[in-house]
Design a binder for this molecule. Structure first.
Ligand code: ATP
Ligand code: MG
Ligand code: ZN
Length: 382
């Protein structure tokens, strides 16, 4: 048996991504020493960005697995160490790509990330459930996606993904989004100094929190960023409009008869944001009959809400605001959210998951807000 080659080990290490930054650890200066012993075991020292990094185990496992596959390797020993302050600030500069601090990458005219603000006229219509499931559908379609939970009242997104207790890692001034189920998530709830603290997010403080989540968080190059907004109009809508001028709005509604009033409110919100409304999602549209199956559907909350909202918004804005899809009621959708295993991942063939995946598809295929910008600009290495 021939001894493993150092260059093969390096090549293997280059396939390991930092789980939070999503770039090869070799590029990030995280691999310090690589030694091949006389017994063909490989000792690797990996530098964590911060001590107590929650991704320790993942990194150790991924490095062990990658290096273990190299021809001739008899064993792998991973030692974890922590970056010095200087190494961290170097990494921060590198991640910012030389950009000054506090810039919102998604607001740059050449940004290729589609930013969609998920809004609703009132609470409890399933906005957060829809957001999480749309994201997971996009992950399944191979997209790089992130969720920014800006719901100051609820911030329920982390729980729906099973990461309610996780806190983001901070590298100097930079915050790493929490990686979960193939996507990245940051919640306004994660910015509270203490978990149990009640913070009345309002006005300038809310604006600062939003800017922080957009500029201090290292999102990497996302295809899509979804924002879960608080229900109704307000401060967040104004901030989003100011800081993300090319984001679009997706309105979630139920089929109820108060829909037109809800549409009015959502429309006011969109015009406050001065943003394009990409479409309407009608949630809790119907129930698939437990006896007959999909050919018999039952209207639990009435009908027509989605259409009314879409028609009202079309008339108000003077362009076509389509109904993007109708998501049925499904107890699995609620249960999935409760236990952090959303339906799109757990029961991808269910009617609700298929409807959500189709909405995700049409949102992804719409192209970005500025027509034609995407053409010929696909970044290298994707
Ligand atoms: N299609 C559906 N079928 C069954 N249950 C659903 C469906 N959509 C949402 N739910 C359930 O309805 C409740 C409210 O949903 P969710 O929290 O997503 O709404 P929201 O609009 O984000 O609410 P909030 O205004 O509190 O933020 C949750 O318990 C969720 O699991
Ligand atoms: Mg919510
Ligand atoms: Zn039936």
């Amino acid at each position: 048996m021939t001894a493993p080659l150092l260059e093969d080990v390096h090549a293997a290490l280059a396939t390991v991504n930092d789980p939070e930054i999503r770039r090869p650890i070799t590029e990030l200066g995280m691999v310090r020493d690589v030694e091949i012993g006389p017994d063909a075991t490989v000792a690797v020292t990996v530098l964590l960005t911060v001590s107590g990094c929650p991704m320790k185990d993942t990194l150790t496992r991924d490095v062990t697995r990658a290096v273990g596959r190299v021809a001739g390797v008899a064993g792998v020993r991973v030692t974890l160490d922590v970056m010095s302050a200087e190494q961290r600030s170097q990494l921060q500069t590198q991640l910012r790509g030389g950009q000054p601090a506090k810039e919102i990458p998604f607001a740059r005219p050449d940004s290729l990330t589609k930013v969609l603000a998920i809004a609703s006229g009132k609470g409890g219509v399933g906005k957060s459930s829809v957001t999480v499931n749309l994201e997971l559908a996009m992950v399944r379609a191979g997209r790089k996606v992130g969720i920014l939970d800006a719901d100051v009242y609820g911030h329920s997104i982390p729980a729906m993904l099973g990461v309610a207790d996780e806190r983001p890692t901070q590298v100097e001034e930079m915050i790493m989004p929490v990686p979960v189920q193939g996507l990245s998530v940051i919640s306004i709830g994660m910015l509270k100094p203490r978990r149990d603290q009640v913070v009345a997010w309002r006005g300038p403080m809310l604006d600062r929190a939003l800017v922080q989540m957009l500029s201090d968080v290292y999102w990497s190059d996302l295809d899509v960023l979804l924002l879960d907004l608080p229900p109704g109009t307000g401060d967040v809508a104004i901030s989003v409009g100011q800081h993300l001028p090319n984001s679009e709005v997706v309105v979630v509604t139920t089929p109820q008869s108060a829909a037109s009033e809800v549409a009015e409110r959502a429309g006011t919100m969109a015009s406050m944001m001065n943003q394009h409304v990409a479409g309407v999602i009608e949630n809790m549209s119907y129930l698939v009959c437990p006896h007959c199956g999909p050919e018999h559907t039952i209207d639990v909350f009435g009908t027509g809400g989605g259409d009314t909202v879409a028609a009202t918004l079309s008339a108000r804005f003077g362009y076509d605001v389509p109904v993007l899809g109708r998501i049925p009621l499904d107890p699995r959708l609620r249960q999935g959210g409760d236990v952090g295993r959303p339906i799109v991942a757990e029961a991808p063939d269910s009617v609700a998951a298929v409807a959500l995946a189709s909405v995700a598809d049409s949102l992804m295929s719409r192209g970005r807000g500025l027509a034609g910008l995407q053409l010929g600009l696909s970044p290298a290495g994707r």
